[in-house]
Every structure is written in C-alpha cells, then in structure tokens.
Design a protein around this ligand. Structure first.
Ligand code: SF4
Length: 476
C-alpha cells in the first residue's frame, strides 16, 4: 500500500518534470492547483503516460484485474429525487418494486454458481423497509452463501437509515455506528462508494435533491473505516460541474484517506480501496434535458463554462456566481473521461486501485483506460439496473473481459473484493484462450440500446439481448 504522506511542493510548476517524476514514484503529491494545471495543460497522451507509469509503479507491468460479481438493486423506491436518476420510483408507482428474499437469494445463488465472489447490493432509499428487513436478509445470505462477500449500502442509504430508524447516539457519527455495527454483525462486509457524485455543495445541491451532503457521505465512510471495513469512492462527472469541482472531490477523498490510514490502519481499520469515476448518462433524466454548453440560447463558447466559473478548489463556489450555472451541461466524451481518470491516478496517491468504467464508456474505452492509470476493469456483470435505466447497457462475459485486458497488453486476473488476485489467466485454460473462434463474439453485440431483461448480461454465453447496435472487439 502506498505512503499516506508524500511531500507537497506547492511552489513547483505543475509541469515540472522533476515534480511529475516524483509523483509517479510516490515521493511528491500534487496540490489542487497543480492538479488543475495538469488537467488543462498536459497533452492527453502525456497525461495518460504519466498515469500509466504510476499504475505500473504500484501494480507492476503484467496483471490487470476484474471481479465476478452481481449488482443487485433490491428496491427502486427512493425518498431522494436526484435529477440525474432514471431509476428511482415513488411507492405508489406501478413499476415500483422491492425484491423478495426469495428473489434476492436466487440472484445471490446464481452469482455464486458461476464463480462470483461478491454481490454489490444497493437500492433506492425506501422508508418502508425496517432495520430488521436488512438484518434478516444479510443473515440469510451469509447462512446460505458464506463465501459471498457482501458489498452493500452506499453512504446515502446509511444516512437515510439513520433518518428512518432513529438509532441511539448524540451525533451523526454515533448514529451511523449504531446502524452499521448490527448490519456488519449480520454479514455486511464492505461499503460501496455510491452516491459520491460531486461533493462541491453548489453542484451536489443542484443535482442530488434529497441526497446527503459530502460531510455526511464522508462520515459514513469514516465510521466504516474505524470499524475495519473497506470502502470505495466514486465520482460522477460531466454535467454541470467545473473541472475544479472534480479536483476538489478527489482532494476530499485523499484527505479523508490520509485520516483513515493515520488513525485506523494500525488497529485493523479500513480505508478507500478503490476510486471509480464515470461520466453522467443522460437518457431518461431531467438533468439530461438541460441544453449542452454551446447549444443554448446566447451561449458564447469563447467565455467560461458556467460550471468552471462557479467551481473553486475548496468547494466554496455558489450557484449565484454565474447566472447560467445549472442551465448548461458539459457532457464528458472519451477523452474527457480518460483525462479525468488519468488525473485521479496521479492525484489519489493514497488509493490503491483505480477502476476503468466500461459500463458507462463502453468496453473499448474501458480497455484504453487500462493504459490511462486504471489497474482494474471492474466487474463481469450479471445484472445492472441503474445505469441501464439511463440508457447505457453494455454486457461483457468473462472471456471478453479477459480478451480486452490481454489485448491491452496485460495478463487478465480474477480478483476478489479485497483486490487480491484469485486466478491469473496465463495459459490455454484462460477463459479467452479457450475461445478459438471470435467471430461469434464479433456478432455478439455488446451494447444493448434498450434496458435488457435480467438475462441480457449473461456471464457464460457471450450473447446479449435484442435491440442492439454493433460493437465488436477485435478478433485475430
Ligand atoms: S440516484 Fe439513488 S438516491 Fe438518487 S434518486 Fe436515484 S436511487 Fe435515489
């Protein structure tokens, strides 16, 4: 694991080769100003090269990983009304659902049966489910599938648990602990970083209506770390925020990680193991209906994007700072995505894993992400409901994800939730090496335009649902 305190050199120019070399080797840490400078001034390929060098310094030149898990969204009923969300429903909506224990256990069992090692279980924030519902569910999962790692309940869910269950405690931190301890004892293993979005209040208040603020989000993770649970951190960008907001977001993760390492690591504490960022997906969302910057009336592209005008590196900007803040989007394409991911690798010197997001960016950009600082390709996903509600569904099976990693120049390896390598795939028994004819995979279209049924992301067969557009991986 990396050192928690490489040295800041605030008076050195961000593009100074000595500084960048020291960052790559974990000897120097970027200031927020240097991070912003690097984002804007370094050519994309140079930024990618530095991030790649940093990833190779930490993870070596050979192995890049993936995990087999299942993403289970146990309910779509939610008290929040995030304007970027196409997934949530009200209790009374016809298509509101809460999965039964039977359905949930079946899904866990299917994941277990195909060699999956974990479930990622998150929901809407459903005020009708009591704490006992969660405790019973965790107990049943662990008694039937003790080897399955339960990675569940993001910080916003925990904050609503506190609101719904009114647990004992005088402070938010104590109340979170009062909920988290029994859930942990019932079988919760780690906490996913969902609901991170963008921490800066001006952006967060605008896009995440009813969702907890950054301080509460980070406090949930602090309690988890103190209790010895590992977590991840996420960021959803490419909407109304400025680039400075992304740096501010990463900076908070880095600062709280410093604290976790300093205060809890000698005591078996947890920490942020991974950072995953992805661009906002606009389909079927209120946020997605806002005009793109340059397409709105009176937009002058020679002036600053409103989000950049509001963004500050300390998160203190307010929406009053620009009259068009929140009225224009700046969606992130592939290069903005790669630039942001590469910066996260360099900036987050104390976070072990950077994940590439093929789920939103598509398999091929996800593959390129492995040379822009990512060491992990994420999940061979049996099921995904939240991003697919917003119009993006890619399906990858294990052979394909291995092939993507190998074609990027690395040896694919299945990992567990702790990022330990379980199965490196060197030889002819590798999932991708067993495939002799990739033509079927070329025909297997990996991008489903409409939300698929659950069978759409089959792990074992390389096929996907209907209503697809062509997207292939290169066959030899
Ligand atoms: S993003 Fe999550 S918290 Fe926000 S409305 Fe959707 S389900 Fe609820």
């Amino acid at each position: 694991m990396t050192s928690s305190s490489p040295i800041l050199r605030p008076n050195v120019d961000a593009l100074d080769s000595g500084l960048l070399d020291a960052v790559v080797h974990g000897e120097a840490r970027l200031t927020p100003e240097q991070g912003l400078n690097i984002y804007h001034r370094l050519p994309l390929q140079d930024l990618g090269d530095l991030a790649d060098q940093r990833a190779r310094f930490l993870h070596g030149d050979s192995i890049r990983t993936y995990v087999i898990d299942r993403n289970i969204n146990y309910t779509n009923v939610c008290t929040a009304k995030c304007i970027f969300c196409a997934f949530r429903r009200n209790h009374e909506d016809e298509d509101a659902y809460t999965l039964s224990y039977e359905d949930l256990l079946r899904k866990v069992g299917e994941c277990h049966d195909i060699g999956g090692t974990q479930i990622l279980m998150q929901g809407g924030m459903n005020s009708e489910l009591p704490l006992d519902w969660y405790l019973e569910l965790l107990g049943q999962i662990k008694s039937q599938y003790p080897s399955i790692h339960v990675h569940a309940f993001s910080p916003p869910e925990f904050i609503e648990f506190v609101s719904f269950f009114d647990p004992p405690g005088n402070t938010l931190e104590e109340k979170i602990r009062s909920v988290m301890v029994p859930l942990r004892e019932a079988g919760l293993d780690s906490i996913p970083g969902g609901g991170g979005e963008i921490f800066a209040p001006a952006v967060r208040d605008f896009i995440g209506m009813g969702k907890c603020n950054a301080e509460a989000w980070l406090t949930v993770m602090k309690v988890a770390h103190e209790l010895g649970m590992n977590t991840s951190a996420t960021m959803m960008f490419g909407h109304v925020e400025g680039i400075g907001d992304r740096i501010h977001h990463m900076n908070l993760v880095r600062e709280w990680q410093d604290t976790a390492i300093r205060d809890f690591s000698t005591d078996g504490g947890g920490r942020y193991q991974a950072f995953i960022s992805w661009p906002f997906q606009p389909e079927n969302t209120a946020l997605g209906r806002i005009p793109q910057w340059g397409e709105g009336r009176g937009d002058d592209l020679s002036t600053e994007f409103p989000g950049d005008a509001v963004a500050t590196l300390d998160g203190s900007g307010t929406r009053k700072d620009h009259r068009n803040f929140g009225r224009r989007l700046r969606m992130a394409g592939s290069t903005a995505y790669l630039r942001t991911q590469a910066l996260s690798r360099l900036y987050l010197d104390n976070v072990w894993s950077i994940g590439s997001s093929w789920v939103t960016m598509g398999p091929l950009v996800g593959q390129v992400g492995l040379t822009y600082g990512a060491n992990d390709m994420g999940s061979v996903m049996m099921e995904e409901n939240v991003v697919s509600s917003a119009g993006t569904t890619y399906c990858l099976n294990e052979a394909t994800i291995c092939r993507l990693i190998r074609d990027a120049g690395f040896i694919p390896a299945q990992r567990d939730n702790e990022y330990r390598v379980l199965k490196p795939h060197f030889g002819p028994e590798s999932p991708d090496m067993k495939v002799t004819d990739w033509s079927a995979f070329r025909e297997a279209r990996l991008h489903v335009e409409n939300s698929p049924d659950e069978a759409g992301c089959g792990v074992g067969d390389g096929a996907s649902g209907s209503n697809t557009i062509e997207l292939t991986i290169d066959g030899r």
